[in-house]
Design a protein around this ligand. Structure first.
Ligand code: HSE
Length: 438
């Protein structure tokens, strides 16, 4: 008879409890699908007495994650504590060092120590599975590492943060401000403890660094990602995008360019008829451009107990079946260092919103600076908003001007806008949103 696979779980919050519940609910199915039983045998968490949706009294209790990782009765250490350092890091290292496989949802830890942990796992012939770290229930790690192992990939991009997508969706649909929607996201429990981590793009950057490694064999390096968040986006931008046939999404994009692998996170205009533009609310989505099968889009719940548990249990199932792949799809020593692609060299279309002074010569000045940088316009919209101070005969009149450029470079856009600002024909800072072809 095949022995069961014994699991130790560190962290019994929403996700840990959901993993225990799913393993129990799918007990017989998992045994059939994986060829052996999966048994949770030991756990650890900050509080032993906290009320949880599942009973944990029957499992061996460890006082700390390290003690659990060293328990000789467990085969797999499931890390659901989070955080880029200890106790998660030491415990995972102890488990791998002892030849135990590890399943983790910890994007922060992987974004920082992924290469070293991957090397450690390989050295001890243990699995290091992390499907839950990116995109919740969406099996994007497996898709990139295994499903598309034979394809040449050009670009991977996605909505990787549910909080940002929820905020942008509500701002667009209800004309609400960023601040009001962020408050609701916090109330509903979508945002991280520090919401700046979500809305300033760092959560997406960690997930993107993991995807870029899987897709392009890059060393996981959050520092190689250019990051811009969504806090400067206004309902006016979303309304203008809508009129022009776009939606604004916070995208993480990793793309092969002649300069190397570009990794960037920023608010992005996507065509309204694209698959990714249909994704609203807290849902996540990832699109992969692979030669011959373009585009492939996976959509699904990106966070929460059930979504994350789905990925964690699938990872445990692989270990039960005896499937072990290099964590990032190839041996850690083969992963390449990538330079942070300079954003000045980024090429693409741009949305630019200027608050232009409503006086003769303004349009000519803006046009002059764009022409000097060889920037060609696809569209230009100038519209006086209801209620705005009247220009021309008024003293402080200004009018929003919205420009959509054809493909140009970031450098050209920045230089042109610096010239426009110097000539004092606009008030405030220009709003710039990159357009992603899709
Ligand atoms: N705060 C994250 C999000 C949770 O909003 O998507 C999942 O990583």
């Amino acid at each position: 008879m095949v022995t069961p696979l014994n699991i130790g779980i560190a962290g019994l919050g929403t996700v840990g409890s959901a993993v225990i519940a799913q393993i129990a609910a799918q007990r017989d199915t998992l045994a059939v699908r994986c060829g052996r039983r999966i048994e949770v045998v030991a756990v650890t968490a900050r509080s032993r007495t906290k009320k949880r949706g599942v009973a944990v009294g029957k499992f061996k209790w460890h006082s700390d994650p390290l003690s659990l990782a060293r328990d000789p009765n467990i085969d797999v250490f499931v890390e659901l504590i989070g955080g880029e350092n200890n106790p998660a890091k030491t415990a995972i290292e102890a488990a791998l060092g002892a030849g135990k496989s590890v399943v983790t949802a910890n994007k922060a830890l992987l974004a920082k120590h992924g290469v070293a942990l991957s090397a450690l796992a390989e050295k001890h012939h243990a699995a290091l599975n992390f499907e839950a770290a990116v995109g919740g229930a969406i099996p994007i790690v497996k898709t990139l590492r295994e499903g598309l192992a034979g394809n040449s990939l050009q670009r991977v991009y996605g909505i990787l943060n549910g909080t940002c997508n929820y905020i942008l969706s509500r701002m667009e649909q209800e004309g609400l401000t960023f601040a009001a929607c962020l408050k609701d996201a916090q109330r509903l429990g979508y945002a991280e403890a520090n919401p700046a981590f979500d809305v300033e793009g760092h959560d997406t950057a960690q997930k993107l660094a993991i995807l870029a490694s899987l897709a392009f064999g890059a060393k996981v390096d959050q520092g190689a990602v250019y990051v811009e968040g969504i806090s400067s986006i206004t309902p006016a931008d979303l309304a203008a995008a809508n009129e022009l046939g776009y939606r604004v999404k916070l995208l993480g994009v990793a793309v092969k360019t002649p300069q190397g692998i570009e990794q960037r996170v920023h608010p992005t205009m996507v065509r309204k008829d694209s698959a990714i533009a249909q994704v609203m609310g807290v849902t996540n989505a990832v699109t992969v451009d692979a030669a011959g099968i373009n585009p492939l889009t996976l959509v699904g719940p990106g966070a929460g107990g059930a979504a994350t548990a789905s990925a964690v249990v699938a990872d445990i199932g692989d270990i039960a079946r005896g499937v072990r792949t290099a964590p990032f799809g190839q041996p850690a020593v083969r992963l390449q260092s990538v330079r942070k692609a300079p954003m000045q060299r980024h090429e693409g279309g741009y949305y630019i919103r200027l608050q232009a002074r409503d006086k003769p010569g303004t349009a000519a000045t803006i046009a002059k600076h764009l022409a000097q940088q060889q920037i060609s316009l696809e569209s230009i919209v100038q519209r006086h908003l209801d209620g705005a101070p009247v220009g021309q005969n008024g003293k402080s009149g200004s009018v929003p001007v919205i420009l959509i450029t054809y493909a140009t470079t970031e450098d050209a856009v920045r230089k042109a806008l610096a010239g426009v600002s110097r000539d004092r024909v606009i008030s405030g800072a220009p709003q710039v949103i990159r357009i992603e072809k899709n």
